[in-house]
Design a protein around this ligand. Structure first.
Ligand SMILES: [Mg+2]
Length: 365
């Protein structure tokens, strides 16, 4: 019987080439626990991208959870037993979805490499070959926002997420600047990262409607499902649940129609297997999904790309431009070209981990 032979953990902090500012944080590095799982001489890789908001997970806590709970729980498993592996992890300790996702993604990469097939074939098969590159415009001045949007447009990128916060005047000016720089045809969504009260959110939706915004993400705090429902019922712009999208909130969001869209982040779902189940749930309720990894390594981008490629209810993926946030990533084989990102085609996740770069950015925790 096949058996996992070795699980290695590499905590890393990969420098960003410009700061990522949202309403909940400013990041200068992508923090991740990179997991390498080996079986029969083949290795698979997965990542646990970490954001202390909203998950409460840090580099140190994720490393400890992996080292003390998750690795021992799955160490003697057959890597092909994906359901058993996630079941063992759930039994070992609740929550801690990002470290669980790292093991789940590494297992998917490993199985794909052992079988010689892409991960999307393990997830139902491919329905899409490519996706538009996607740029995140952080909390900068309207002038800087226009510059960043123009730089991306010059690279062929035409899809943008504009970050917003409690400074409503600058937030509106930022989306206006993005629209002016990107032109009428660009796809623009905004993300308030929980900045607003429900009534302020309804006002803000009315103010930005003229800029052709097609989605407002997480206008109110993540645990305020009443507020989210109020906003969704009082604006014409589709509302997306992101920080609200905890697995235990999903049924409630669907029942109330508190959002039209949910953001299915692979790390926050606990991996690809759980993300596929969440996607099935929202599909049943007529809610659309998006996915993406924002500023994390292309290891996570690739996992998101395979989820997107194999899941019709996920309407777009935000991972496209993420490599441009790093001058050097730990992974090669996932780049935007002319505004388009191809779904990786090689075995497993279809990208190659640069082990020298992993060592270069490795941290002691
Ligand atoms: Mg968001």
């Amino acid at each position: 019987m096949r058996k996992i032979e070795k699980i290695e953990l590499f905590p890393v902090a990969i420098p960003l080439n410009h700061p990522y500012k949202s309403a909940t944080r400013t990041a200068t590095h992508s923090e991740d626990i990179v997991v390498k799982i080996t079986c029969e001489g083949v290795s698979g890789w997965g990542g646990a991208p970490l954001r202390s908001f909203p998950t409460g997970e840090t580099l140190k806590s994720a490393y400890q959870i992996l080292d003390e709970y998750l690795v021992p729980a799955v160490a003697d498993c057959n890597p092909f037993d994906r359901e058993l592996i996630v079941h063992r992890m759930e039994k070992a300790i609740p929550f801690h979805h990002s470290p669980k996702a790292a093991i789940d993604c590494a297992v998917h990469d490993l199985i794909g490499r052992m079988l010689g097939c892409p991960v999307y074939d393990l997830l139902g098969g491919k329905i899409r070959d490519e996706m538009p590159a996607f740029d995140i415009l952080p909390l900068e001045s309207p002038e800087r926002t226009a510059e960043l949007a123009a730089e991306s447009m010059a690279m062929g990128i035409t899809s943008f997420k504009v970050k917003m916060n409690r400074d409503t005047k600058t937030s509106v000016a930022r989306v206006a600047a993005a629209r002016e720089a990107a032109g009428d045809a660009a796809h623009i969504v905004v993300d308030a990262n929980m900045s607003w009260t429900p009534k302020l959110a309804v006002q803000m939706c009315a103010r930005i409607e003229e800029f052709g915004v097609t989605m407002v993400e997480q206008p109110v705090p993540g645990n305020d499902l009443d507020g989210l429902e109020f906003v969704n019922k009082n604006t014409r712009i589709p509302i997306c649940a992101d920080e609200s999208f905890r697995p235990d909130y999903l049924a409630e969001i669907a029942r109330r129609r508190a959002a039209d869209i949910v953001n299915l982040k692979v790390n926050r779902e606990g991996g690809l297997l759980h993300a596929k189940k969440a996607a099935a749930l929202i599909e049943i309720h007529g809610i659309e999904g998006i996915c993406g990894s924002v500023i994390h390594s292309a290891l996570n981008d690739a996992a998101c790309a395979h989820l997107f490629a194999s899941t019709p209810v996920i309407v777009y993926n935000e991972s496209g431009k993420a490599p441009a946030w790093h001058d050097e990533d730990i992974v090669t084989g996932f780049e935007a070209e002319g505004g388009v990102v191809k779904v990786p085609e090689g075995p497993g996740l279809g990208v190659e981990v640069n082990e020298e770069a992993v060592q270069k950015f490795r941290l002691d925790v």
